[in-house]
Design a protein around this ligand. Structure first.
Ligand SMILES: Nc1nc2c(c(=O)[nH]1)N[C@H]1C(S)=C(S)[C@@H](COP(=O)(O)OP(=O)(O)OC[C@H]3O[C@@H](n4cnc5c(=O)[nH]c(N)nc54)[C@H](O)[C@@H]3O)O[C@H]1N2
Ligand SMILES: Nc1nc2c(c(=O)[nH]1)N[C@H]1C(S)=C(S)[C@@H](COP(=O)(O)OP(=O)(O)OC[C@H]3O[C@@H](n4cnc5c(=O)[nH]c(N)nc54)[C@H](O)[C@@H]3O)O[C@H]1N2
Ligand SMILES: [Mo]
Length: 773
């Protein structure tokens, strides 16, 4: 723990990690298959040593992602197996669940022992390591402690603050993507009844670009594939995702695809573990025999931000082939279902191979090889995650991915289509159920009609907008349903200061985190039950539901005794706040909370695709929400799939500047850090590092573990620095570097967000690296 208050994630002033000062950092290439025994041992160690949960944990894991009962794994949004498999789990899902089920408790006694100023010097790891929050707590400015408060008093405190706001737009309401559908619906209903659309969410930092690009190209904000399409594709392109760590159950799909002879092309500046081979996460027979399956047929180490150029190159090859091979293009599909083809062809022809190579960092040969795989495949799925979205040109890159798919009619048929890989387990459901700072008119109309409320029509703040408004003194009140807003957001110093300016910050949480100890003038921590826990209301045990990353809505039922008798469910907390904040409300909050079926009945009237919600959500595999583009119905202005026609932008840095991608280690869940190691990248006991190409190191006279200062320069010319980070040589293209979030959020300037998606540029930070003095 550091001496001074938290100012930056420098190794001395409050690192996020486990920060065992005596642990010696080590780096050694990892050659074992992903998942398999390394994962099994990590799970065993984590459950028994860290969380002391061997028995209950095992039972819980058997209930996780079960087709017909049990709770939805909160680990990620990858869909569950649909082939009758009883158990579809992975190392990181198990770690995530065990993290929630810890035996440790963060009690009023703990808060009595530590001032908040002291806690603000602790690392993120140490804060969460106190375990589950047990009581509602209020900040007492006089003593600088959090002290217990009763639920009725907490609700009245929030209610009064909201009632007294002269304008509802002085309040903002954040959602982290774990919130279930039912709580989500109540949340946005309350916020709109209050009269604002200030609903920032983690999607603003995650897949905003995917939603906007797919909406513009195909008239739907979601991918069109489901897991069966992955199972039937001849070629899978996996772009900008660290699957082995962040969507480990995808490895099963990749390994199965490889076994049946499909081509798997990974596009990533790093050759991640998921791009080599795996032992299928739940295949215990394979684990017993150490049988690894390959998960890749080709790896393309694209330059950071070079994916647009790569896709342009693939399109160029396809069009060149089409000059001699009529089957290279799907002429009938292009003719019937698309618009803008001729302009697109012109644009592609105008892009030279020289420019494509320079921008992508890949040779023409390599690109033609990948394009050949694409042309030889009858059914192609292209998937992507943050490596594609968190860039200035994220939207254009995804639209170029769709362009490539359209050329060969890879849409609206089995085994083909665009497939964004979503992050948080219900981040897609949050959007479906109404969390959006810029809601559509149709949605608002239906909400107003069914729920009989006046709805606000003006767009609200997104994540960056919220922080800027706080800084400008335009936000008095902030409520967060889950998540860790200040740590997840860009520009830590700016964001922390902005948050502290806010009049009142309220966090509904399961564990102590940075957003509790960096707080507004008044602050509340409201602890809730987690997904693994029983939710019992007046009319009995309740189920909730989530939508996975492939638009399948399914139920979740917790089975564990709540961590403390003082916890409330998220819907119950929202109802308590809503009743206090809206004295004139006609919404039957109490009635809804007695039985969540009643919330779902209302949702089925507001949300298209949710008809008969209560029955269908209880089907063993849930139900899939209709995707018009999947049926070749395009809700675009032209009524067709629209080719985008964009000139390839120049994203090459001036000499001396590196592009830094800030990403996750294997042993963290966003801002929750499990350890300082990153097994698949061979790193032990070190998070304050920067991965660099050896050529770039030599140029700067650096060797392994040398300490460096990293300085980012924002678009407005301002600079931000991290000090004494250790250099780790890594197989990454020259000019590129990588390191960990949330430490490196210090370097992400608040004003540096994409003009296309408004997403912070978390994978494209422009930095210089110099030896520390
Ligand atoms: N265990 C675990 N699971 C998680 C999470 C977690 O923290 N831990 N987080 C969840 C959430 S909210 C999300 S959004 C997802 C995130 O899942 P990922 O998108 O895998 O997250 P990152 O760790 O940011 O990794 C980004 C990947 O993109 C690559 N990359 C960086 N820049 C570029 C580029 O310009 N082009 C290409 N092609 N690749 C690039 C990086 O090398 C890295 O492999 O995972 C979810 N699942
Ligand atoms: N530099 C950089 N920054 C990034 C990213 C990046 O790639 N680079 N990725 C961005 C992305 S994709 C995302 S999604 C965000 C993540 O941002 P968030 O979703 O805001 O952050 P998390 O770390 O997932 O939140 C962890 C906290 O959630 C609370 N929690 C856990 N479970 C529950 C629950 O069931 N209910 C409630 N109410 N609370 C719960 C716990 O108190 C825990 O401390 O970070 C973003 N920030
Ligand atoms: Mo995310």
């Amino acid at each position: 723990m550091a001496d001074g208050p938290f100012t930056s994630y420098d190794p001395d002033s409050g690192p996020s990690g486990a920060a065992d000062r005596d642990a010696v950092p080590k780096v050694k290439p990892y050659h074992h298959p992903a998942a398999g025994w390394g994962a099994a041992m990590a799970v065993g160690k984590f459950m028994v040593l860290k969380e002391h949960e061997p028995l209950i944990g095992t039972k819980a894991i058997l209930e996780m992602n079960h087709a017909s009962h049990g709770f939805d794994c909160p680990g990620c949004a990858w869909p569950d197996a649909t082939d009758g498999l009883l158990l579809d789990v992975c190392e990181n899902g198990i770690k995530h669940v065990t993290w929630e089920m810890t035996h440790k408790r963060c009690t009023p006694e703990f808060f009595a022992e530590h001032t908040v100023s002291e806690l603000a010097t602790w690392s993120d790891y140490d804060l969460e390591d106190q375990g589950r929050l047990t009581h509602p707590m209020v900040y007492d400015a006089e003593t600088d402690h959090y002290v217990p408060i009763s639920w009725p008093d907490a609700f009245e405190m929030v209610g009064k603050a909201l009632r007294e706001l002269p304008d509802p737009n002085l309040a903002a309401f954040y959602t982290s993507g774990r919130l279930g559908n039912e709580a989500t619906f109540l949340y946005q209903l309350m916020v709109r009844e209050l009269g604002t659309n200030n609903l920032p969410d983690c999607s603003n930092m995650c897949h905003e670009a995917s939603g906007r690009a797919l909406q513009a190209s195909l008239g739907t904000g979601k991918g069109t594939c489901d897991i069966e399409d992955w199972d039937k594709a001849d070629a899978l392109f996996v772009m900008g995702i660290n699957a082995a760590s962040n969507a480990p159950r995808m490895l099963t799909a990749l390994a199965e695809a490889h076994k049946r002879g499909a081509q798997i092309v990974h596009v990533n500046p790093l050759v991640e573990a998921g791009a080599r081979n795996t032992i299928i996460p739940h295949d215990f027979a394979a684990m017993a025999t150490f049988h690894a399956t390959k998960t890749s047929t080709m790896n393309m180490q694209v330059r950071i931000g070079g994916d647009f150029a790569l896709m342009r190159g693939i399109a160029k090859h396809v069009l060149e082939e089409a000059e001699t091979d009529p089957k290279a293009l799907d002429h009938e599909f292009i003719e019937r279902y698309t618009t803008g083809f001729d302009d697109y062809v012109r644009e592609v022809k105008d892009t030279t191979w020289a420019e494509i190579q320079r921008q992508s960092g890949l040779s023409e040969n390599e690109i033609r090889k990948a394009a050949g795989i694409y042309c030889d495949s009858d059914r192609t799925v292209i998937s992507w995650c943050l490596g594609i979205t968190q860039h200035e040109h994220g939207v254009d890159t995804i639209r170029e991915i769709v362009n490539v798919l359209l050329l060969r009619g890879n849409l609206g048929r089995e085994g083909a289509g665009p497939s964004p890989v979503r992050g948080h387990s219900n981040v897609q459901g949050n959007r479906t159920c109404g969390i959006a700072n810029n809601p559509t008119t149709e949605f608002l109309d239906r909400l107003a009609q069914v729920c009989k409320i006046d709805v606000p029509r003006e767009n609200g703040y997104d994540v960056v907008g919220t922080i800027q408004a706080m800084q400008a003194g335009k936000l008095e009140f902030f409520l967060s349903m889950g998540g860790n807003f200040v740590a997840a957001a860009p520009d830590s110093a700016y964001t922390f200061a902005a948050f502290q300016k806010c009049g009142f910050t309220v966090n509904v949480s399961t564990k102590l985190n940075r957003s509790h100890v960096i707080h507004g003038k008044r602050a509340l921590i409201l602890p809730c039950i987690g997904r693994t826990e029983r939710d019992i209301q007046r009319r009995g045990p309740q189920i909730t539901s989530m939508e996975n990353g492939m638009a399948v809505v399914h139920m979740s039922r917790g089975m564990k005794k709540p961590a403390s008798p003082h916890l409330l469910s998220e819907p119950a907390i929202l109802a308590g706040i809503a009743k206090a904040a809206l004295p004139e409300t006609k919404t039957p909050w109490e009635y809804y909370i007695e039985d969540y079926d009643r919330i779902r009945d209302t949702m089925s009237k507001v949300l298209p695709g949710f008809e008969d919600y209560n029955r269908r959500v209880r089907l063993p595999l849930g139900f899939r929400i209709r995707q018009p583009a999947r049926e070749l119905i395009f809700l675009t202005p032209s009524g067709k799939a629209e080719f985008s026609t964009v000139t390839l932008p120049d994203t090459i840095n001036p000499p001396g500047v590196l592009t830094l991608a800030t990403q996750r280690s294997h042993d963290q869940w966003n801002t929750s850090i499990y350890s300082d190691s990153d097994r698949y990248r061979g790193v032990k006991n070190l998070r304050t590092l920067i991965f660099m190409n050896e050529h770039d190191m030599r140029e700067r006279g650096l060797k392994e573990f040398d300490e460096v200062d990293i300085t980012s320069t924002a678009r407005d010319g301002s600079t931000r620095s991290l000090h004494r980070y250790k250099v780790v040589p890594y197989d990454i293209p020259p000019g590129c570097a990588a390191g960990y979030m949330p430490e490196m959020n210090v370097l992400c300037a608040i004003g540096d967000f994409s003009t296309e998606s408004d997403q912070p540029l978390m994978k494209s930070v422009k930095v210089t690296v110099t030896p520390s003095s």
